[in-house]
Design a protein around this ligand. Structure first.
Ligand code: F3S
Length: 276
């Protein structure tokens, strides 16, 4: 069986940057998981004593705190800045951008619409920058149930699908007098998604590697599944099952933006081992 890697996969700029920051900040505590990849979080803990707190209430006695790639809510950041703790900001600049847009546009009186998952830490952070309560939706169906103001500014969670964002924008344009559209979907996600789509069309089985709590990895799985029915999301090589590969000619491999190369290499070696 041939194993083909997507032409673009794995670590994005924001995650690479956050990991470098963590490696250079030994003995620090991150607020929430630095990235959505448990294996990498464990490596940082073992090698650099970078540990994870659930939220800012667990930071008592901590001297150095790292803000994760997804950012944190504005009030928490302000609280931390009033302490004497060293604050190291690893928020991805592509996440800082929608935070700033939401703050500015809401101050200018626009109704903020955020296309994204309200439970995701990135979205919760972005929401907290709005001066008025923002509308957060994951689909046009949800948007149909809310009252739209005449002046609207819309942003997207960085990891959403472009086509879905366009549907939200089209809906708003037909209903509001003025719609300011900010394309805040990050290119890294976009490139990994395009490459996964391309590869899934020519694969008999697709292995998507990444954290099961990672939004961009789940998006990759959903895209891969559209063209390749046998697509599987795994975090490590122990989850591979021999039968997935039986009778298959091409196995496509892709990985989410927070998946390090060492995990990808381990999984590829294991696929080779169980398919000989
Ligand atoms: Fe940033 Fe995009 Fe990665 S938002 S963390 S560069 S997926």
């Amino acid at each position: 069986m041939e194993i083909r890697l997507a032409r673009k996969y794995g670590f994005c700029f924001g995650v690479k940057r956050a990991i470098e920051i963590a490696e250079n900040s030994k003995n620090a505590t991150t607020i929430g998981p630095l990235i959505h990849n448990n294996e990498e979080i464990n490596r940082l803990k073992e090698n650099f004593n970078v540990v994870t707190a659930h939220d800012i209430s667990e930071l008592e006695g901590v001297k150095k705190a790292i803000i994760r790639t997804h950012g944190i809510v504005k009030e928490d950041l302000e609280k931390l800045r009033r302490t004497d703790m060293e604050i190291i900001d690893a928020t991805c600049p592509f996440v800082t951008k929608p935070q700033q847009i939401v703050e500015k546009m809401s101050k200018e009186g626009y109704q903020i619409v955020i296309f994204g998952d309200i439970k995701h830490p990135e979205v919760q952070g972005v929401m907290s920058y709005a001066v008025n309560k923002p509308i957060v939706v994951i689909s046009v169906e949800e948007l149909e149930k809310v009252l739209i103001s005449p002046r609207v500014a819309v942003v997207s969670q960085t990891t959403r699908k472009m086509q879905e964002f366009q549907k939200i924008v089209n809906f708003l344009i037909a209903r509001a007098n003025e719609v300011r559209v900010f394309n805040t979907i990050c290119n890294a996600t976009f490139e990994n998604q395009d490459a996964a789509r391309e590869l899934s069309k020519e694969s008999d089985v697709m292995i998507v590697i990444g954290g099961k709590n990672s939004s961009n990895t789940k998006q990759l799985l959903s895209i891969a599944s559209e063209h390749c029915k046998e697509s599987y999301l795994i975090e490590n090589e122990k989850e591979l099952e021999k039968e997935w590969f039986e009778g298959k000619k091409v196995c496509g491999v892709t990985a989410g933006a927070s998946t390090p190369d060492w995990i990808i290499e381990k999984i590829i070696s294991k696929i080779r081992e169980i398919t000989v």
